[in-house]
Structures are given as C-alpha cells and as structure tokens.
Design a binder for this molecule. Structure first.
Ligand SMILES: [Zn+2]
Length: 485
C-alpha cells in the first residue's frame, strides 16, 4: 500500500507595534530583562487589559495579505495553562470567533502551482522567555504581551518542500506588508508543524505528530522529512502511532522526542470578560485593505508582463522587495529593463555579497548612476569591459558620474575620424602588401584593417566608424564592408 504525508503549519509572527497588545509597555524585549513590564502584563490582580488598536490593524493587514476574510465581529478568549513564563496562568487568545479566516497562499514548487488553504489567522499575546543554566532558570517578562498573529494552515501540504515553499511565501508576504520583521533567528517568526501519514485515497487523517519551534526554512524541511520517515516506518510495520511532540536541533540536524501525549489538551477556553468583542465595520476593513502594497506574486507577474523578464529573473527580484524597487528605478531611468535586471541580479548582487552589504539601501551605486552606465553601453559609447571596470570603481566609492569619468579619462570608444584616419595611414604605410590587396578589389582584407585599428586604439575604437574610415580611404562603398561584417 502507498502512503502520503499530510502537513499543516502553525506560524506565530510578532507584530511590529510600538507597544504591547494589552498595555502601554514598549514592545521591545531586547532591553534589560524585566524592564518593559507593568501590572497588566505581569498579570497582577485587579488590572484591566486594553486592546491596542494598532496591533489589531496590523493583524488585519497581515490577514488580508493572506487573502483571509474578516468577519464583522470577533472576540478574545482565555486559554488556560500553567507555565513559569505565563504570569496570569492564562493567555489571551482567540477561540471560536477569530479575527480572520478562510485565506490561502498560492505556492510554486518546481513549476507546479498549488493553493494552500489558511484556516484562520488570529491575535494573541506572547509569553515571557525562560532561560536555563545548569543550576537555575530565570524568566524575562519583557516579551509577555507582545502581539502575535497566529496563522493556521489547512493540512494541504504533502512534502517538506511544499511546507518550506509555503513558509517562505508566508514570510515574504508579511515582510512585504510590513506587519512583522519575520526574523526567524530572533524568534519573531516561529513555526510549528502537524504531520501525519495515511494511505493514499483515505480521507481521515492519521494520528498527528507535532514538531515545535522550528526557526529556519531548512530546519522545517529536514525535521518534517525525519518525522515522516519515522511515521512511514511505524505505519508499514503496523505499529500503533503515538501522539509525539518532537523538537528539532539545528546544530545536529536531528529530531528529539519532547513528550508523548495521552489525550488532547483541554485549555478550558472561555470568553475574556475584561475585553469587549470587537465590531469590525466594512469601511475599516477597506481602509486597511487600501494600505496593502503590491504582494509578492503580483509583483512577479507584473515584472514578467511589464518588463518582459524571465520567470527566473522575476522570481529572484520578488524575493527582495527593496532590490526589486531598485531594479525598477534602474529600468525606468535607463529605459532598458532586460539589461537592468541582468546587472541588478548578477553584478549588484555579487558586489553586495562580496562586500557584506546586507541591504540595497546601503549599496553605494544609486539607480540613476547605474542607469547612466547602462545607457553608455547601450549607446555604444563604451564597451562592456570598460563598463565593468567603471562599475567596480563606483562600488569602491568613486563619486564622479560615469559620463564624466568616460570624458575625463577618454574611455569612450573612438569614433573621431581624424584619429582613426591617422591610425589607418600608419598601418597602410607599414603593411604595403595588405594595402595592395584591398586596392586591387579584395574587400575581405578590410576586416584585417579593422582588427589592426582596434589594436592600435587599445580596444576603444568604435567598429562602425572604423569601417567608414576604411571605406573612404580605399574608395569602397561602405555598404559592401558592412555586409562583410
Ligand atoms: Zn505592560
């Protein structure tokens, strides 16, 4: 019998607000531990949470970018569990009326499009952070109350590669709309997975295993693959599948068993009595929707349509929103999108990598400057080796414009007929045999003269002007020589 793996992902994204979701504390947990705290986020008795409107709007913006529907009414609930990083012993989350539901993302794996459903995206508060050493554990509650958007997918993924593609597009989408910085290493984007195995064609899901807190794309793909292998093995041997929660170690690239569940958790959800339900007007939704920027896949399609870029070039640029904007500036200033994409994807990206420049905003060559360089090549003023040498100088901090440098240092291809004629006379005088050949009507010899002049002018001669000068000197119709080229 053949089996398939079924994967669903739960992603938590920290929202980029100034303050926490239910109090006025700063939303910064990199500060001195336990300094951004107050009675509300410490869960002291008698305090009242107040919903941060900005957090709600950022959550809505993220949900809309994920194609979710926003219901007209939503509420908050208490999710009860006891843990040392959770001072209230409950977390304010959303249970049966989430702020958004029924969204999707269209992923592309090896050229195959697939729609991954998003069950819901709801708001909740983050817990604190525990730090363990050999003889003690300490807690930092700065993170307590950080607004989170929890995004729950449908179990629509069938491989680690699909899960990775979904997570990458999800991250890119949230970054595009600017609701989260999605830094996986710092934990602002965290991913849990549900995974099960079932015979092909069966509708019911197999017993679920979970993988907790994966914080890299590669980790997600590897951990899912490892758990899938264990589930396949057990299923094929006819063993009973335990409900295991796995952890994943990036360093060792290994999964480890965290716990085996006997039954489903009962969090005793009930409506948060201190927060009124939120009525969401259609106007509000449309106002937030109007602030959405162009999303990654839309940009990809537009780049192919508007600039005739290849699928590959458009994909590379889509991955980096600021780089895509840089490309568009170069393309518009130069009127030459194809060469702009080539230069940005190859030369600019290479220089950024070599010089450890993390973002295009710190790149020393401005789009207009690169456009000017491209125009010099396109207009046959300079040739490619000269252009690359100039680009290297610009990256190293050269401040003069490419045009000025070319003029000042005489880097332009020489099309001045005086200089070319002079070079030609020199060559004719030194090579009477070839001169006699061309004079006797052997027009092919003209190509030999073109080569000699190029050499004489150190590669800077403009080929068209050279042909012109030769044609005039030997009384040949220039059209005949052009055709010979
Ligand atoms: Zn607080």
């Amino acid at each position: 019998m053949d089996y398939e793996i079924v994967i669903g992902l739960e992603v938590h994204a920290q929202l980029l607000t100034e303050t926490k979701i239910f109090c006025g504390c700063r939303n910064k947990f990199t500060h001195e531990p336990n300094t951004n705290v107050c009675p509300v986020c410490l869960g002291q008795p008698g305090v009242l949470p107040v919903l941060n409107k900005k957090a709600f709007e950022l959550g809505m913006k993220g949900a809309l970018a994920l194609n979710c529907e926003i219901p007209p009414r939503t509420k908050f609930d208490r999710k009860h569990y006891y843990y040392p990083d959770l001072p209230k012993n409950y977390q304010i989350s959303q249970y049966d009326l989430p702020m958004s539901e029924r969204g999707y993302l269209d992923i592309n794996v090896d050229g195959v499009e697939k729609r991954i459903g998003i069950t819901r995206a709801h708001l909740e508060e983050d817990a604190g952070k525990l730090m363990h050493s050999t003889d003690s554990s300490v807690v930092d509650l700065n993170r307590t109350g950080t607004p989170l958007l929890e995004i729950v997918s449908e179990p629509d993924m069938r491989s680690g590669a699909e899960a990775k593609a979904y997570l990458e597009l999800l991250k890119l989408t949230l970054e595009y709309v600017g609701v989260s910085d999605c830094n996986m290493e710092e934990g602002s984007l965290r991913c849990d997975a549900n995974i099960s195995v079932r015979p092909f064609g069966q509708k019911e899901l197999g017993t679920k295993n979970e993988i907790k807190n994966m914080n890299s794309f590669k980790g997600v793909e590897i951990a899912l693959q490892l758990v899938a292998e264990k589930l396949f093995d057990a299923t094929k041997k006819g063993e009973k599948i335990e409900q295991v929660t796995w952890g994943y170690s990036i360093e060792k690239q290994k999964i480890f068993k965290m716990r085996v569940k006997e039954e489903a958790n009962d969090y005793r959800y009930f409506p948060e009595p201190d927060l009124p339900p939120v009525e969401v007007s259609r106007e509000w939704v449309e106002q937030v929707r109007a602030t959405l920027p162009e999303l990654p896949r839309a940009k990809h399609t537009r780049f192919m349509d508007e600039y005739s870029l290849s699928d590959y070039d458009a994909s590379v640029l889509m991955q980096d929103k600021p780089l895509a904007a840089y490309f568009e500036d170069v393309a518009k200033a130069s009127g030459n999108p194809k060469d702009s994409a080539n230069w940005v994807i190859n030369d600019v990206a290479r220089e950024m990598k070599e010089r450890n420049i993390s973002g295009i905003s710190a790149f020393p060559v401005k789009p207009e400057t690169l456009a000017e360089l491209l125009a010099l090549v396109k207009g046959n003023t300079i040739n490619m080796p000269t252009a690359r040498a100039l680009f290297a100088r610009l990256v190293q901090g050269e401040t003069a414009s490419p045009k000025d440098i070319v003029e000042k240092e005489c880097l332009a291809q020489v099309s001045d007929s005086g200089a070319l004629k002079e070079a030609l006379e020199k060559i004719v005088a030194a090579n009477p045999k070839q001169a006699a050949e061309i004079e006797s009507g052997k027009h092919q010899t003209a190509m030999w003269f073109v080569g000699q002049i190029m050499k004489e002018m150190k590669g800077k001669a403009d080929p068209q002007s050279v042909t012109q000068v030769i044609a005039e000197r030997f009384g040949i119709d220039p059209g005949l020589l052009q055709k010979k080229k």
